[in-house]
Write a protein of this length. Structure first.
Length: 287
């Protein structure tokens, strides 16, 4: 990588390597020495963004989850989104009830090993696959039962598509959580999805605000503010506290990018946004 190579160069190189045309849903993520996550900015030099020493470690991943994965034009795009959501399930980001978890895991099984074959798949065969952070034997049996009885004859591509269709109906689809605290000091995770802003506490979604109700986002130091305008002229401000000012800025940037991606018709509608009128407190950001 040339010293002055921009993020866009690296991203285009990757997309060309993967033969990926529907690029807009993806991004490159890295973690700095302070364990803070960042999205690689395409207009800036790669080397200047990395505070670590080479070799650099980066992840190519879904940045904006498609509202309807079935509407993606290319099979490679659907496959990459499938891999991302499979990973979300494994890392406990895609929370769901047991029956949904069993069905999703059975689709993965069908996509990876095909039809159930008693000769090849002995008792407990599904336990070789790691679908979730942890799961019970009862859930394993349920996964095998669905795989044996309901999915026979499905091609890998069909199973992946069915997996995506099921995943997009879940409340935590597209969640990439940012740990924060609310004004009472309770732990919470904030996330931006194709449909709006989400707050999770424990395993429950406690707030869901549609993108067209979000009027402004800003941050000052570790404090993140979300301005919301709902029906009957009701205006509220949600306040959360990130662990560090850097984490708060990252949260704000992700919010601005997600709102622009899902709400605006064309990229030309995006303006430079600033977090605060006090230029030294906030940040200006062009997406």
């Amino acid at each position: 990588l040339q010293r002055d190579a921009k993020g866009q160069y690296l991203f285009d190189l990757l997309c060309h390597h993967l033969n990926l045309l529907e690029k807009d849903y993806f991004g490159i993520r890295f973690v700095d020495p302070d364990k803070q996550r960042h999205w690689l900015e395409f207009t800036k030099s790669v080397v200047k963004q990395m505070r670590a020493q080479p070799p650099f470690t980066m992840c190519f991943r879904v940045k904006f989850y498609p509202m309807d994965p079935a509407a993606l034009k290319e099979e490679i795009t659907r496959y990459l989104v499938f891999l991302q959501i499979k990973r979300d399930l494994y890392h406990g980001r895609l929370l769901c009830k047991t029956s949904d978890a069993a069905l999703l895991a059975a689709y993965i099984l069908q996509a990876e090993i095909g039809d159930y074959d008693p000769g090849k798949h002995p008792e407990g065969y599904s336990s070789k696959f790691q679908f979730f952070p942890k799961h019970s034997e009862k859930l394993e049996r349920k996964i095998a039962e669905i795989h044996k009885s309901e999915l026979s004859g499905q091609t890998p591509a069909t199973s992946e598509l069915n997996f995506l269709r099921k995943a997009q109906t879940l409340e935590t689809y597209g969640v990439d959580p940012h740990p924060c605290k609310d004004v009472s000091g309770n732990a919470a995770f904030l996330a931006f999805t194709p449909f709006g802003f989400v707050v999770l506490q424990g395993n429950k979604r406690v707030h869901f605000i549609k993108w067209n109700e979000v009027t402004k986002m800003k941050f000052e130091g570790k404090t993140f503010y979300l301005y919301v305008s709902q029906k009957e002229e009701k205006k509220i401000v949600l306040t959360y506290f990130a662990p560090t000012p850097e984490a708060c800025k990252h949260l704000w940037k992700c919010g601005i990018e997600n709102q622009a991606f899902y709400k605006l018709e064309k990229s030309s509608q995006v303006r430079t946004v600033s977090s605060s009128n006090l230029f030294f407190k906030g940040s200006r950001f062009r997406y």
